[in-house]
Every structure is written in structure tokens, then in C-alpha cells.
Design a protein around this ligand. Structure first.
Ligand code: SF4
Ligand code: SF4
Length: 210
């Protein structure tokens, strides 16, 4: 099972600073715990910064997600960014579908022991407990980089942008840079640092009352 936890409010306010967003919230998957009440309260509180809200089942299902992006295409076009309340897999599905928008994760995703459902084997999210997809252009550095580097590329990528560990795969950090550049967001990497990971967050499940 996975748990999603609403991000630190300060971080969320910072993401919304002078930016209007369209919101996706995914409460459909029963293998993930969603803090629905907290999310709904936050949406009420910041409704002035929102162009619209879509509630969706199984955001990790690309076909469903594509349908919703079409249905809300007008509001999405007007928004400066997309705020997503889901596990890290759902955030990345939207990031692939809405390439010209900055994608902002509203939750952190954590691992809880036990059955994990269909997406775990093939997942783009390692449930690290501190989601920084807002800084990395919606591409997870833990899964897209062979070394799981959080602070930028190792410098070993080939001129063609292939990874030095596995030349068959694209360097995750090259992908992150290209994505940010495409949305004029490459300065994010200068302005923000990804915090050192606090693994105690993941292991301290008692925090969540489980
Ligand atoms: S940074 Fe990656 S591993 Fe961590 S919660 Fe986000 S998508 Fe998952
Ligand atoms: S070449 Fe890129 S993807 Fe490969 S380990 Fe280095 S930074 Fe990570």
C-alpha cells in the first residue's frame, strides 16, 4: 500500500505564489491512502488561485487521464501550472501528457508495508516521501537517473544524452533539463535545491496512525 501525505503548506503556498493552477485530485485507487479531507480544505482555502478542479479515478491510467485533459482543455490552457494531488505515478502521467505546463505535486508519496497493487512493478515512483517533481520538470530523478541522483547529473552522459551506466537509456538529468527548458523553467535548478532526503519519514509509519 502507498500513502500520500499533503505537502508541507509552506511549500504548497510557494508553488502557488503568483501562479494560477488547474487542479487534479485522484481519490480513486483503493491501494493508496489519500488525505481527502485535508486536500479538500486546502483547495477551499486557495480556491482564488485555481482555474478549476478535476476529480479523477486512477490518474495513473493514461487513457483515463488523457480523457480528463481533453475535457478540461480550456481551463488547463488558461492555467500557469497543474497542481496534482495523487501519488507520484499519477503526477508523472500528467507531466507526460501536458508537456507545456509546469507540474506541481501536492502530495508526498510514501511506502507502507503490504500489498501494493498493479502499478508497483512498473512504477516511476519509488515512494521516497519527499516529492520534488515541481523542481525536476515532472520527471522523477530517483527513477529516471540510473544512480538516483538528486542534485544534478553525474557528468558521465554521452554527447547524445545517453546514460553512462546504461547507454540504452536516456540520461534522466538531460531529460529533466530539456523539459524545464521547454517550459522556460531551467532557472528552477539554480534557484532551488532538492533537500537532503530524510529517510526516517518513510520508516516512521506511526506518524500516520497505521
Ligand atoms: S520524487 Fe520520485 S520517488 Fe519521490 S515521491 Fe516523487 S515521484 Fe515518487
Ligand atoms: S548519466 Fe545521467 S542518468 Fe546516468 S547516472 Fe549520470 S546523471 Fe544519472
Amino acid at each position: 500500500m502507498l500513502i500520500t501525505r499533503l505537502k508541507n503548506k509552506k511549500e504548497l503556498y510557494r508553488m502557488l505564489e503568483s501562479r494560477s493552477v488547474f487542479v487534479f485530485k485522484c481519490f480513486g485507487c483503493r491501494e493508496v491512502f489519500f488525505p481527502e479531507d485535508e486536500i479538500n480544505l486546502f483547495i477551499q482555502e486557495k480556491t482564488g488561485s485555481m482555474k478549476g478542479v478535476a476529480e479523477i479515478d486512477y490518474l495513473c491510467n493514461e487513457e483515463f487521464a488523457t480523457g480528463y485533459t481533453k475535457e478540461f482543455a480550456g481551463e488547463i490552457r488558461e492555467a500557469d501550472g497543474i497542481l496534482v494531488f495523487s501519488c507520484g505515478v499519477g503526477v508523472q502521467v500528467l507531466s507526460r501528457l501536458l508537456e507545456n505546463k509546469i507540474i506541481l505535486p501536492g502530495c508526498d508519496t510514501l511506502y507502507l508495508k503490504g500489498f501494493q497493487g498493479l502499478s508497483s512493478h512498473d512504477s516511476d515512483c519509488r515512494q521516497c516521501g519527499s516529492c520534488w517533481l515541481n523542481i525536476t520538470g515532472g520527471i522523477c530523478p530517483l527513477t529516471a537517473c540510473a544512480k538516483g541522483l538528486l542534485n544534478g547529473p553525474c557528468g558521465g552522459a554521452s554527447e547524445e544524452g545517453k546514460c553512462e551506466v546504461n547507454p540504452c537509456m536516456d540520461c534522466g538529468w538531460v531529460l529533466i533539463y530539456k523539459r524545464l527548458k521547454a517550459i522556460n523553467g531551467e532557472n528552477i535548478l539554480h534557484d532551488r535545491a532538492i533537500n537532503v532526503r530524510d529517510y526516517s519519514i518513510i520508516f516512521n509509519h506511526s506518524l500516520f496512525g497505521f
